[in-house]
Ligand binder design. Structure first.
Ligand code: MV4
Length: 503
């Protein structure tokens, strides 16, 4: 069936990202919006837009019944959930189908099966995919928890079956800590997910977080679109992703890719999905979780494969066959994504919503920005603080890093504090430049990354801003000349800033 009209049950950059593909495919886009989003970009971009409720997500973007009501009223054939919100909500997916609306994503059964991390582990074991050593049933007693750690050895992680993304997780180093940790994980899981089931896994020290993009159609064809390296994270919030992974070898890629396809086939997966692995320095890899949605970092995969993942999602939902086979797919060059958050790196990354006074987005060869904020736009307090993604591509990794540094240099946002300067510092670290980093990267480089820096969109008095923007431009020129002449001491720029502070 040809889809003619899609309701995008989301907001921000991902809503616009999806609408762009709809526009190219000649599909009509319908936006939904909350009170706080009346002036949001996704509302302006869409052909039609409908108010769905008050600002808190629970009263708008999470109100599945209201969204389905709008879809029926406006005659949408399908709903694209984006990521977050209702994207991995099986009962919403089922309600869509029951109302005669196509849910752009996998079946509710698959969402349920992969949402339960114990079920997911069992499924992968049955499919022959390596999983982290640990339990395949939930922990029923404290005695059992002790038996488990004696057999698999310490350290271990206690995880919530309904969890994922770091919630309801406890790291245990000592035997005497296992019982309190199981209790704590249980109560956190019960409070967050309404389900207190927990399981235990061997703790993998300093792993890499590498995920494989997969696409499956409704006719049993499944391919992978290679990997993404997502190890640059802070408290389970990803900051930078890249592809290819610097850790990867052609052999490891072929092996892990084969398992990723097996994993998807084991649940007859249809749509776009991700198989997450933990990989240690010796190239041992273990299935971690499966995400049954389009992910934030999907553009780097699009850039190296040349495939529009949203377009493929829509075609799969229409019942079409995948137009390519595994051997048709190639990775070309290197792509990096930096996530720009409206938050203050100098104040423990506290969200920093507010009004965008001034924004200049990077442009030029090999640069893509997926964002949604504009000058004069006020970032609402209710939603995620990510305001844009900056994606660059170049022939190889070193050139991609150089291009990312150039693009970050061009990126200017005033009015709210952002992570742009922090991202620039990450690009300057030896560990990132060499590509030898793992999930401990931010913690390991903390001192360097959090040196006080002033060159960042500060919330200044309005009268100060024009002068400040001018000053930033001059400062940036001065810095660039230092970077071009490495003999000069890079610390000098901080003296320069201190002088500014005293003015
Ligand atoms: C682990 C692990 C080590 N060993 N499981 C964090 C989020 C959740 N999705 C799973 N997580 C982890 N599970 C075992 N058995 C380390 C992490 C982890 C992590 C994983 C991916 C990316 C960043 C991370 C940061 C800290 C811990």
């Amino acid at each position: 069936m040809k889809i003619k009209k899609i309701l995008i049950a989301n907001r921000g950059e991902i809503a616009i990202r999806i609408m762009r593909t709809c526009r190219e495919m000649g599909i009509c886009s319908v936006a939904v919006f909350s009170e706080a989003d009346r002036t949001a970009m996704h509302v302006r971009y869409a052909e039609e837009a409908y108010y769905i409720g008050k600002s808190p997500s629970s009263e708008s973007y999470l109100n599945g019944d209201k969204i389905i009501e709008v879809a029926l009223r406006c005659g949408a054939d399908a709903i694209h959930p984006g990521y977050g919100f209702l994207s991995e909500n099986a009962s919403f997916a089922k309600k869509c189908t029951d109302s005669g609306i196509i849910f752009i994503g996998p079946s509710p059964e698959v969402i349920i099966r992969m949402g339960d991390k114990i079920e997911a582990r069992k499924t992968m074991i049955a499919a022959g995919v390596p999983v982290v050593p640990g339990t395949t049933e939930h922990i029923k007693s404290e005695k059992e928890a002790i038996e488990v750690i004696r057999s698999i050895g310490l350290p271990v992680m206690v995880k919530a079956a309904a969890g994922g993304g770091g919630k309801g997780m406890r790291l245990v180093h000592r035997e005497e800590d296992i019982i309190p940790s199981v209790r704590a994980a249980r109560s956190e899981a019960l409070a967050s997910f309404g389900d207190d089931a927990v399981y235990i896994e061997k703790y993998i020290t300093s792993p890499h977080h590498i995920e494989f993009q997969i696409l499956g159609d409704q006719h049993g064809n499944t391919v992978h679109l290679f990997e993404r390296e997502c190890s640059v994270q802070r408290r389970h919030q990803k900051m930078i992703e890249e592809t290819p992974s610097p850790l990867m070898t052609p052999e490891l890629r072929a092996t892990m890719g084969k398992y990723a396809v097996e994993a998807a086939k084991a649940v007859a997966y249809s749509g776009a999905g991700t198989i997450e692995f933990l990989v240690d320095d010796n190239h041992n890899f273990y299935f971690l979780e499966m995400n049954t949605r389009l992910q934030v970092e999907h553009p780097i995969t699009e850039r190296v494969t040349g495939i529009d993942l949203v377009k493929q999602q829509i075609k799969i939902a229409e019942g079409e066959k995948l137009p390519f086979k595994q051997e048709d797919l190639k990775q070309s060059g290197h792509a990096i994504e930096c996530r720009v958050y409206a938050e203050d790196p100098d104040n423990n990354f506290m969200p920093n919503p507010g009004k965008i006074f001034n924004i200049t987005q990077p442009l030029g060869l090999g640069v893509r920005t997926d964002g949604y904020v504009y000058e004069g736009y006020e970032i609402p307090i209710y939603y995620d603080s990510m305001i844009a993604k900056l994606i660059v591509w170049a022939e190889n990794r070193d050139e991609a890093i150089a291009r990312m540094r150039r693009a970050l240099y061009e990126y200017k946002i005033t009015g709210v504090k952002t992570s742009i300067k922090f991202l620039e510092k990450i690009m300057e670290t030896e560990d990132f430049k060499t590509g030898i980093y793992d999930t401990n990267f931010i913690e390991k480089n903390k001192d360097f990354l959090t040196e006080k820096s002033l060159c960042d969109g500060e919330c200044l008095d309005m009268v100060m801003i024009a002068a400040y923007v001018e000053y930033l431009d001059q400062l940036n020129r001065a810095q660039t000349s230092k970077q071009l002449y490495p003999a000069q001491n890079r610390w000098k720029k901080y003296t320069y800033q201190k002088n500014f502070e005293r003015l």
